[in-house]
Design a protein around this ligand. Structure first.
Ligand code: NAI
Ligand code: 15L
Length: 268
């Protein structure tokens, strides 16, 4: 049966707020969880991923989990360890203990961010390209993907790991013309990830059908995802303001963009 009740972690965040507006039209009942209270959502669960007992109660009886909670940019190792590594582990343990069958994990392009971007006639980056995190943040997403694989192999808990590009209402940089996922396509992809049959652990890139796309959407399409949007209408304005990506500029030469060259955040 198609999942209906979905626990959305990180529900106060930017991406989850977009999805809270779009997913109900696919028939989902969303149970919300975040560290922060959510205005206008008195039933939302205010809990920390560190609280194992609260997580067990939160996941009890849901058909699936969309795991978006965590730190969404580079941070210190201590914070990444607590929120993204231990937090994701705690959620998987709660899901295993309560018999939840599927998780959709918000991975990130930064798990492979040090991969050189395709230029000219280069082929699109395949989903099985070796992981090359560009940050401790990207490393934590790499951990999440491996955790998902372990829980599938050992416990039969399914995951779709979505290496999201940039899911915002509009692309705001020339790089984003390649990696953008429109919110509507995001909802399409999450819906496909929640409903496709027998996914085991499937890893997909999350983006729209951009003219300047850098990576291969085959595994996402195999879930039934059919992207409808393309960032190209935004290109003229963005390129006029920022110029095309420069060859030989390391911040322009990799999938992860400036995450590759940003200085580490200390204490590393
Ligand atoms: P965000 O930072 O706006 O939202 C994250 C939410 O998680 C926040 O509301 C925060 O309070 C919550 N959170 C953090 N630690 C928590 C904890 N210990 N317990 C409970 N809640 C906690 O980030 P955004 O942009 O909404 O991203 C959502 C997820 O998608 C993140 O995991 C991010 O890494 C991933 N992602 C997002 C992309 C995007 O384009 N927005 C791109 C790639 C990945
Ligand atoms: C991410 O993983 C971040 O969570 C998001 O805020 C954007 O920076 C995105 O990647 C990106 O690569 O643009």
């Amino acid at each position: 049966p198609a999942p209906r009740t979905v626990l959305l972690t990180g529900a106060a965040g930017g991406l989850a707020t977009l999805m809270r507006g779009l997913l109900p039209r696919y028939g989902y009942e969303l149970r919300l969880l975040d560290l922060r209270p959510i205005e206008g959502e008195p039933d939302a669960i205010t809990a920390d991923l560190a609280d194992r007992e609260a997580l067990r109660v939160a996941v009890r009886g849901v058909d699936a989990i969309m795991h978006l909670a965590g730190i969404s940019l580079e941070s210190t190792f201590e914070k990444i360890l607590k929120e993204n590594i231990k937090g994701t582990y705690n959620l998987y343990e709660a899901a295993r203990e309560e018999g939840v069958r599927r998780i959709v994990f918000a991975s990130s392009n930064h798990a492979v961010g040090f991969t050189p971007r395709p230029q000219g006639d280069d082929p699109l980056i395949p989903i099985d390209t070796p992981r090359r995190p560009d940050t401790l943040y990207g490393l934590s997403k790499s951990f999440g993907e491996d955790l998902a694989q372990l829980y599938w192999d050992k416990h039969g808990l399914e995951t779709v790991s979505v290496r999201i590009g940039s899911c915002f209402p509009e692309p705001t940089s020339v790089r984003m013309l390649s990696v953008w996922m429109s919110p509507e396509d995001g909802a399409r992809l999450f819906h496909a990830a929640l409903t496709a049959e027998r996914v085991g652990h499937t890893v997909v890139y999350g983006s729209s059908a951009n003219t300047r796309l850098w990576w291969d959407l085959t595994t996402a399409r195999a879930l039934g995802y059919e992207p409808q949007d393309d960032s190209e209408p935004y290109a003229e304005k963005l390129v006029a303001a920022q110029g095309e990506l420069e060859q030989g500029n390391p911040a322009h030469a990799h999938l992860g963009g400036h995450f590759v060259t940003d200085p580490p955040i200390w204490p590393y």
